[in-house]
Write a protein that binds this ligand. Structure first.
Ligand code: PMV
Length: 353
């Protein structure tokens, strides 16, 4: 008897221009475009195996060994339903194909890093889920087409379908058909950029991105300013900086956008705090490091960015990494660099590594 099974894995992506706010909560359509770097090494990945079998009674999913409920009409159910409907198209065109779309699926997913600690686990998770179903169903879909579906699992997941530098174009269609991820540049274009992940805390975050975003959209006047007057220009400027391999501009915009995202969280009523004292101390360290470089006639050497959690991601050209790691270890002596899997501080490289 044939076994219908496929495994795929997807890495985490870390945004330089942050997505924060939905204009449609069901379809997950954002209030602004965003741009991220997909981390290309093995440390921060979700790996997912999907299996279809006529003996399965219902769709089921296990995350890191524990079964998760697939709620009717929920995000998981939506992604599975959309993937089955693409499979149905394949079966209609090709009647010899087995009718996998009518079988239930069992899905098993693992993250090799702390789940929901502000390390974008939902991004890699939904991207791996959609990729494994696409492989199982032998879909002729492009990464951008698959991004339309992973977006409906978790917005940022649409960007993990590509490696390298990726934009999520917010689109304007009310059905979401143009709200998808596109490649700005492949990782090979600028392999010199690396990311150092400083795991400040691997606790589950306090305010989920879903409820945080909703509260921000409802209450923050700063978000409205950001959507209209800040992000469109930054998207163009950072894309140009990436194409020109201009780290100075890339770093400046990345830090400004992280700061504005956290300002928007503070502008939410009641306010949301994702960073803690250690996060802020890392900002001070990177700021001082850059100030010394600029004062000596140099350029920015590192860029920090924070998602919906206290952990820092520091982007830097490879030549500065050693210096940055020794600085971090010096000022945060409790850090345990390079423990694998992640210790308090771990290094993760982006690019050729
Ligand atoms: O995709 P979500 O719902 O996990 O939201 C992610 C939001 C941020 O990580 C804070 C920003 C981003 O663009 O990834």
């Amino acid at each position: 008897m044939a076994i219908y099974q496929a495994t795929a894995s997807a890495p985490v992506n870390i945004a330089c221009i942050k997505y924060w706010g939905k204009r449609d909560t069901k379809l997950i359509l954002p209030t602004n475009s965003s741009l991220s770097v997909t981390l290309d090494q093995d440390h921060l990945r979700s790996t997912t195996t999907s299996r279809a079998d006529p003996s399965f009674e219902k769709d089921r999913l296990w995350l890191n060994g524990s079964e998760e409920e697939i709620k009717d009409g929920g995000r998981l159910a939506t992604c599975i339903r959309e993937m089955k409907s693409l499979r149905r198209e394949v079966e209609q065109k090709n009647p010899n194909e087995p009718k996998l779309s009518s079988f239930a699926v069992h899905i098993c997913s693992r993250n090799n890093f702390p789940t929901a600690a502000g390390l974008a686990s939902s991004a890699s998770g939904f991207a791996a889920l959609v990729s494994s179903l696409a492989a199982l169903y032998k879909l002729p879909a492009t990464p951008s087409q698959l991004s339309l579906i992973s977006r409906q699992g978790s917005g940022s997941a649409c960007r993990s379908l590509f490696g390298g530098f990726v934009a999520w174009k917010m689109g304007s269609a009310s059905d979401g058909s143009d709200s998808l991820a596109v490649e700005v540049a492949p990782q090979s274009h600028w392999p010199d950029i690396h990311a150092l992940i400083c795991v400040v805390s691997d606790d589950k975050k306090g305010t989920s991105s879903t409820s945080g975003m909703q509260r921000t959209v409802e209450t923050s006047p700063l978000l409205q300013h950001r959507i209209k007057h800040v992000v469109p220009e930054r998207m163009n400027a950072i894309s140009e900086a990436i194409l020109a391999k201009d780290f100075d501009t890339f770093a400046r915009i990345t830090m400004q956008d992280s700061n504005q995202f956290h300002a928007v969280c503070l502008d939410t009523d009641p306010p949301i705090f994702y960073m803690n004292d250690v996060s802020r101390a890392i900002i001070a360290l990177v700021t001082e490091y850059n100030r010394l470089s600029v004062e000596n006639g140099g350029k920015l050497k590192a860029a920090y960015t924070y998602d919906a959690g206290p952990n820092a991601v520091i982007y830097a050209p490879k030549e500065n990494l050693k210096e940055i790691i020794s600085m971090v270890v010096k000022y945060f002596p409790q850090a345990e660099p390079f423990k694998d899997p992640f210790g308090l501080f771990g290094a993760q490289s982006v690019g050729a590594g």
